[in-house]
Write a protein that binds this ligand. Sequence first.
Ligand SMILES: C[S@@+](CC[C@H](N)C(=O)[O-])C[C@H]1O[C@@H](n2cnc3c(N)ncnc32)[C@H](O)[C@@H]1O
Length: 412
Amino acid sequence: MLALRRAPRHARPAHHQTRHIADRAPFQPGDHVLLRPINGRSTAPRLTPPLHPAHRLDTHKGTIPHTDILGTRVRDVVRTTKTRAGGANAIDYRVHDVKLEEYVRLTKRLVTPLYPQDAQLIVGLLDLHPEPPAWGQKQEDEPSEPKLEILEAGTGHGALTLFLSRAIHAANTPAPPSHAEDEASTAATAAWKRTRRAILHTIELSPRYAAHAQHIVRGFRHAQYAHNVDFHVGDVSAWTRAALSVRQNQPFLSHAFLDLAGAEAHLGTVARALRVDGTLVLFNPSITQILAAVEKVKVEALPLELERVVELGVNGGSGGREWDVRAVKPRAAVKRAGTSAAASGVEAVESESESESESESETESESETESENVAIDDDTPPPPPAPPRKQPPQLRAPRPPTTTGKWSAVPK
Ligand SMILES: C[S@@+](CC[C@H](N)C(=O)[O-])C[C@H]1O[C@@H](n2cnc3c(N)ncnc32)[C@H](O)[C@@H]1O
């Protein structure tokens, strides 16, 4: 795929006679700007800190005072000035708006965020369709129907937080301006928060990561997406139990997303907070952990139905391979306990392509029954384990593809 964009004809237009996309005003203090070198892809793009008239950006090819960027418009060009030490050749950068995925990738991180491609896929799995307030509904009215409440844990870098908040943004009316942390401003924000029709609760165990993520979310486009989010510090199960208790144990979540080690330990509590047909998505570094979650749902009879298991891309690739995960009774266990035993397990196989599964639908349903009711009628001992295969030398250990599992809450 190739993406091209219109750029101004001259590097430094003295007067801005060119016509820009309507909502792009000149850059102003507080904006983050992406600077892309015009010549030479060997120089990495730079994300500026929030622009400030008294600050400057130091690069290894000279400096750029922020005042050179303030007042420019998207796709204009700025040039570095040589430092007194000299040596470095000046370089021209084109000035860009920073896109969400670039912002997430280029901001200082304390914890590894989701790849933007994975975040997009996960937001897609939730199939969100936020609606603005109904015609005639006053801005200050509290919503009459249940709010769209989403749980995310852990917050980590705040990457998925931003993608999710952008996806629900249309449901909420504009937040009041909060230029100062004064009492009136705090009260106005608190009153507005009660009118929100969509809320993202994001929970993070580490206070340090939580504070950093909050800073990251607020830093994007002058905090455009910060007000849909409630940040919480603590353990996700503890938070969910407390939230259920103030709501008389009534389920309140439309969706939940877990990206943390040992996520299956939180399934029971989170499932109790999900409304019927709510979605639970688990992001795991490997299919093995998805299997552990499937096993847990089965053993504890949690009111969740597995819908999809999708492999994500390696190193930012697009992924998307589907896995077929199903309950099986392992042969050895069945043999020990007899065919009616409740011994159970789960296995995962790559899904067949759609056309294949259509043409073999009969076989597939047979094999499904077989998976649930494996009966052993021969006494052949299991074959010995195969000797380990010699691996070719590798420069880097391969990263197993990450996987995401999607369940839907069902009535108990
Ligand atoms: C891989 S990071 C999440 C990255 C995040 N999805 C993003 O896109 O930026 C996992 C986070 O979960 C947090 N965490 C671990 N256990 C937790 C728990 N029980 N409750 C809440 N957060 C937890 C960790 O501190 C860590 O920051």
